[in-house]
Design a protein around this ligand. Structure first.
Ligand code: KG4
Ligand code: ZN
Length: 349
């Protein structure tokens, strides 16, 4: 399966082979990052991203095929992210996949980007359904029960910023550059996480929702009130990272207890999305899972951030179930993963 990913600022393509539930074999995984193009603006500029995808996608796909030692004729199908994401970029990748599918007569799979993140742990570790998923990226922060391909139940979500967004905005505030997550993690290494006690929003609330905008405001208040030096920036970064990761791990722990009580036969906690690359988060989640008797699974860092292999794998799982798409598939800026919120999004549209 060829997988194409263009929903944000990575132009990516990969070829993956395998069978559900995995693990699969990654024959190639090419990621061309646009970070340099967006850096001067401190964030991803949608129009620049879309143009960059157009310029480089063909080369990235060719390289993915060459690295894998296959041609289009060897493929069983062509998968691409069809949303959610920056619509210009999504359209570029999806249109390219349609063209390849049309020209080759191979099946097209138009994928939900979040499903691709969610199923990555099956590509890497063959995690069986059902499993509990903490999906933490630049655009999303959700706790989901993954029952099967296309079958997700959302337990909680962010009521304001996504976790990665909070990292990115805080990094910008501290002058740490873009993307924010890795910059904060790096600065935090030399910081004192106990120096500032930032709020743990919704920590005692019912349910499994997240909130990060108050935390960001608290960081701004401190940042505005002190004379900066490198140590203070590191201390703020470390204290902020401690707050975010404790909230994420705390909610995940609560979710593990809840699904255990529901007797759903869930034994795995999986973390996915760009923020899953964060080592402090991983340490806390690993400890929480061990306490609760869950197996903790985190894909390698290069498969946590956006990539084509996760798209190829999710496409492969869908194809094996006969779930293919027609050339009428549309690019979608918004596309919730779970059935309940999908109904809400349709009603609003
Ligand atoms: O999944 P992803 O590559 O793109 C989206 O679909 O959003 O996630 C990107 C997000 C960015 O917000 C980035 O700052 C965050 O993941 N991120 C991290 C780390 N590496 C990337 N956040 C915290 N710690 C990291 N090490
Ligand atoms: Zn992503």
């Amino acid at each position: 399966m060829l997988g194409i990913e263009t929903s944000c600022d990575e132009t990516a393509a990969a070829v993956v082979r395998g069978r559900a539930p995995g693990p699969g074999v990654m024959l190639s995984n090419v990621v061309a990052s646009q970070i340099a193009a967006h850096k001067p603006y401190g964030g991803v500029v949608p129009e620049i991203a879309a143009r960059a995808h157009v310029e480089i996608l063909e080369e990235v796909v060719e390289r993915a095929l060459a690295d894998a030692g296959v041609t289009i004729a060897d493929l069983d199908g062509i998968a691409a992210t069809a949303g959610p994401g920056l619509i210009g970029g999504v359209a570029v990748g999806l249109t390219a996949a349609k063209a390849l599918a049309l020209a080759s007569g191979k099946p097209l799979i138009a994928l939900n980007h979040l499903e691709a993140h969610a199923l990555t742990a099956r590509l890497t570790h063959g995690v069986p359904f059902p499993f509990l998923l903490l999906l933490v990226s630049g655009g999303h922060c959700q706790l989901l029960i993954c029952e099967g391909v296309g079958r997700f139940t959302r337990m909680g979500t962010t009521i304001d910023d996504a976790a990665g967004e909070a990292f990115d905005k805080t990094a910008k505030l501290l002058g740490l550059g873009f993307p924010g997550g890795p910059a904060i993690e790096e600065a935090a290494k030399t910081g004192n996480a106990k120096r500032y006690r930032f709020p743990r929003p919704l920590a005692d609330a019912d349910g499994f929702d997240f909130s990060f905008s108050g935390l960001k405001t608290a960081v701004r208040r401190i940042a505005d009130s002190v004379d900066y030096d490198d140590q203070i920036v590191s201390d703020i970064a470390a204290s902020f990272q401690a707050a975010v990761t404790e909230v994420l791990a705390g909610r995940s722990r609560k979710a593990m207890r809840a699904v255990r009580e529901m007797d759903l036969n869930i034994n795995h906690l999986v973390v996915a999305g760009g923020v899953a690359a964060n080592e402090t988060l991983n340490r806390l989640l690993c400890a929480a899972a061990a306490d609760e008797g869950f197996e903790f699974v985190v894909p390698p860092m290069k498969l946590c951030t956006d990539n084509g292999a996760m798209v190829a794998w999710a496409g492969l799982e869908r194809l094996q179930l006969g779930l293919t798409d027609t050339l009428a598939a549309v690019a979608r800026a918004r596309w919730p993963l779970d059935r309940r919120s999908e109904g809400v999004a349709r009603a609003k549209a």
